[in-house]
Ligand binder design. Sequence first.
Ligand SMILES: *[C@@H]1O[C@H](CO)[C@@H](O)[C@H](O)[C@H]1NC(C)=O
Ligand SMILES: *[C@@H]1O[C@H](CO)[C@@H](O)[C@H](O)[C@H]1NC(C)=O
Length: 228
Amino acid sequence: MASSGLRRAVLLVVVVALVAGAVAAAADMAGDRAALLALRDALRLPRKSLRGAVPVGTVDNLTALRTLSLRTNTISGGVPADIGGCVQLRSLNLSGNRLAGGLPERFFSLALLEKVDLSGNRLTGGVSPEFSRLASLTTLNLDRNGFSGTLPGNLMLPKLAQYNMLYNGQLGGAVPASLARMPASAFLGTALCGGPLAPCANPSPPSPGDSKGVREEEEDRREMWTHL
Ligand SMILES: *[C@@H]1O[C@H](CO)[C@@H](O)[C@H](O)[C@H]1NC(C)=O
Ligand SMILES: *[C@@H]1O[C@H](CO)[C@@H](O)[C@H](O)[C@H]1NC(C)=O
């Protein structure tokens, strides 16, 4: 069991390093057993000049991983769909890359996630109501991306203490009630209104009684997400 975990970790480092074109660094890591064992718990490859898309199957088997940080690289493509395999993941930092498109459906199955930092990428599309499935989130940073549309009115993240949605210029509409306690600075550079920001002008934000409209909107959005 331990050795197969190790083999998988070695494979992962090699694959990641190949993506990066940094084979020499991988050889060093493969020779360092302690580093590889630590990898089962945390994989941190910040500022390693990782380039290109993360190939499918690279992160799928890291089922014991709690921390994944690939921040400040030039990783492109989308957030890898097989991230859903990292079922123990608590902390994910992919900030400062070139990740584009929407978040894969499986990302929202990572119910233990506490910290998510996707800031400074090229992520687009709506902010999915599926975020509410990540009930353990304390930090969610979606700053400096291209998210658009409105925030789901029923977004519910009870443990959230830090939230940043700033500089997503295409994002408008009302701040959901559950995020109204965030400081206004969390929403700078968006067209959002209400909550800590200036009150919304017409049309007024959907009231709780307006559930049909809200539900339809959510269904549209969910449909869009399943197509991404
Ligand atoms: C990942 O797990 C799958 C299924 O359990 C297995 O077929 C595959 O070889 C594993 N990949 C790696 C890189 O170990
Ligand atoms: C993610 O990495 C960035 C860039 O180094 C850092 O500023 C930020 O604090 C990290 N986010 C979290 C949630 O730790």
